[in-house]
Design a protein around this ligand. Structure first.
Ligand code: PEP
Length: 248
């Protein structure tokens, strides 16, 4: 069974107007000159996907979306389908981010329906899971993350490319990170779950996400079972994101 291909993903969230595309351009230029060892993907606000995909063409940088609707079309004001995102140039999609699980009350079943939609449209899902601080303090991190993933990953993923991001909710945007031992314990549990459930489970990359920055990237990225990173704030500027990519 092949090893997971490492992936470093930048989640811009609701940041970055058109001017921010210069950061994607700078990143693409640098990676075109000196290719990264890992796969690299940027997830801008949906309105920038098309322009960014054009801009980074040929550099190896992929572009993804931050969410999709489960249906392919219909009366869903304000939403975007996986098919629309694919047509715009997205090749991956983040699903089940804690900001959506919390802010939009997305359940594991909702996330699983969106994963199905992504597969239907040919998008590679990056499925997120992570425990709250209360759950961590109660010693429930492993079981919470495993339960979220069991409910969010449909069987139809079997044999197809997808990635997991372990993102402890209390580490996102806070500057706090778990210890390497805590990260390794959760990643080990996720790898076991993937291997038990999917024929290609051993080659599914499991990313760590939560306050990754240039100064802690090497330590987190080289922890056992960590196959890359999902990076929020530090992915907005090429000069912060590049050293993280180079550390992978
Ligand atoms: C994220 O949004 O997925 C994330 C990990 O954010 P940050 O790196 O800013 O903590």
């Amino acid at each position: 069974m092949s090893q997971p291909t490492r992936l470093v993903a930048g989640n811009w969230k609701m940041n970055g107007a058109a001017g921010a595309l210069r950061e994607a351009h700078a990143l693409a230029e640098s990676l075109a000159k000196e290719p990264a060892r890992a796969r690299v993907a940027l997830f801008p606000p949906a309105i920038l996907i098309h322009r960014m995909a054009e801009q980074v063409k040929g550099s190896g940088v992929q572009v993804g979306a931050q969410d999709c609707h489960p249906e392919s079309s219909g009366a869903y004001t304000g939403d975007l389908s996986a098919e629309m995102l694919h047509e715009a140039g997205a090749r991956l999609v983040i699903l089940g981010h804690s900001e959506r699980r919390t802010g939009y009350r997305e359940s594991d079943a909702d996330v699983a329906a969106k994963v199905q939609a992504a597969l239907r449209a040919g998008l590679e899902p990056v499925v997120c899971a992570g425990e709250s601080l209360t759950q961590r303090d109660a010693g429930q991190a492993l079981e919470v993350v495993a339960a979220q993933l069991q409910g969010s990953l449909p069987d139809s993923l079997d044999g197809l490319p997808f990635a997991i991001a372990y993102e402890p909710v209390w580490a996102i945007g806070t500057g706090r990170t778990p210890t390497v031992e805590q990260v390794e314990a959760v990643h080990g549990r996720i790898h076991d779950l993937l291997t038990a459930r999917f024929s290609n489970g051993a080659s599914v990359p499991v990313l760590y996400g939560g306050s990754v920055k240039p100064s802690n990237a090497a330590e987190l990225l080289h922890a056992r079972g960590v196959d890359g990173a999902l990076v929020g704030g530090a992915s907005l500027k090429a000069h912060d994101f590049l050293p993280i990519i180079r550390a992978a």
